[in-house]
Design a protein around this ligand. Structure first.
Ligand code: SPV
Ligand code: MG
Length: 285
C-alpha cells in the first residue's frame, strides 16, 4: 500500500463517522478515495459481479484477496475486505487472516452464515452458524493475527435470516465478548426501523457498521445520531457503472458514432491521470 496509508484502526479511532464505498478493482477504489470516502469496501458482491458470477462463495479466497490487494496498492485509505464466512472453517479463517495481513489489508469483515453463503439479498437460504461456532471462528481469527493493528469486524446476518432484533443483539454481544473489534449488523428491510431498534439497545461497547442498501433514505447524518461508526455504500459504484456503460454502448451502436456521448464520458486524459502516467514516465527520466 502507498506509504503513509493509515490502518483502518487508525481511521476509526479518529472518532468521526467513517464512510466506505464499495469497489471491486483499483479504479473503483481510486474513485472512492477521490470522492472523499475514508475507506473502501472490497465487496464480494462487486468482485463476483465483475466476473459475472454469483456472490455465492464461488470464487476462492485467493481471488478475493487479489482483488482487495489490487485496490489497497492503489489507494492511501484503508480497504475493509469483505471476507464472507472466512472461506471455510476455523483453519481456513486463520489462513485468511494471515494472507490478508501479509497483503497489507488492515481490516476484514467476516459473517456468521453457513459456508457456502449466498448474497444477503438473494431469495434463498441464509442459514446461520450456531453462535458458539462463529465465536470460535472469531477466537481463531484473533489468535492468528500477527499485528495488533489488524481489525476484525464480526458481521451478523441474523436479521437477513429473519431472526429477531433480540437474537441479533445476543449474537453481536457474543461476538464482542469473543474479541471482535466491531460488529456489522446487516438488514434487508426497506425501513431503517430494525436497525434503529438494534442501535437503541446496543450499549456502545464496540463500534457498529451498517450497510444501508435497502434503506437508502437513511442518511449518514442520521446513522451517526444513532451511534453508528461506519456506513458502507456497498455496491452503488457497480450499479452506476452498469447503467452508464450500458447506455453509452447502446447509443454508440444505435448511432454508428460515439460523437453524441463524447461529452458525457471521461476524456482519455482523465484515464491517463488515473493511471498516474506522468509519474510512471518520470521513472525513466
Ligand atoms: C457485499 O457488498 O458483498 C456485501 C454487502 O457483503 S451485501 O451485498 O449487502 O451483502
Ligand atoms: Mg459480501
Amino acid at each position: 500500500m502507498p506509504t503513509g496509508t493509515p490502518s483502518f484502526r487508525t481511521v476509526i479511532n479518529r472518532g468521526e463517522l467513517v464512510r466506505a464505498a464499495g469497489a471491486h478493482d483499483a479504479l473503483g477504489a481510486t474513485l472512492a478515495e477521490q470522492a472523499g470516502f475514508q475507506a473502501v469496501w472490497s465487496s464480494s458482491f462487486e468482485i463476483s459481479a465483475s466476473r459475472c458470477l454469483p456472490d455465492a462463495s464461488v470464487l476462492t479466497m485467493t481471488e478475493y484477496l487479489a482483488a482487495a490487494a489490487n485496490m489497497q496498492r492503489a489507494i492511501s485509505i484503508p480497504v475493509v475486505a469483505d471476507v464472507d464466512t472466512g472461506y471455510g472453517n476455523n483453519l481456513n479463517v486463520a489462513h485468511m487472516v494471515r494472507e490478508y495481513e501479509a497483503a497489507g489489508i488492515t481490516a476484514v469483515a467476516m459473517e456468521d452464515k453457513l459456508y457456502p453463503k449466498v448474497n444477503s439479498f438473494a431469495a434463498t437460504s441464509h442459514a446461520l452458524l450456531p453462535v458458539d461456532e462463529f465465536v470460535r471462528k472469531i477466537h481463531t481469527a484473533k489468535n492468528a493475527q500477527a499485528d495488533d493493528e489488524f481489525y476484525l469486524i464480526a458481521r451478523s446476518e441474523a436479521l437477513i435470516n429473519g431472526e429477531s432484533v433480540e437474537e441479533a443483539l445476543k449474537r453481536c454481544n457474543a461476538y464482542a465478548d469473543a474479541g471482535a473489534d466491531a460488529i456489522l449488523i446487516h438488514s434487508k428491510s426497506k425501513s431503517e426501523n430494525e436497525i434503529t431498534e438494534f442501535l437503541g439497545q446496543w450499549d456502545g461497547r464496540m463500534p457498529v457498521v451498517v450497510v444501508p442498501t435497502t434503506y437508502p433514505h437513511w442518511s449518514a447524518h442520521e446513522a451517526r445520531k444513532h451511534g453508528v461508526s461506519v456506513v458502507i455504500y456497498a455496491n452503488q459504484g457497480l450499479r452506476a457503472t452498469i447503467e452508464a456503460v450500458r447506455s453509452t454502448f447502446k447509443t454508440i451502436y444505435a448511432e454508428g458514432t460515439s460523437l453524441s456521448v463524447e461529452d458525457s464520458i471521461a476524456p482519455v486524459s482523465e484515464v491517463f491521470s488515473l493511471q498516474k502516467l506522468d509519474e510512471w514516465l518520470g521513472l525513466e527520466a
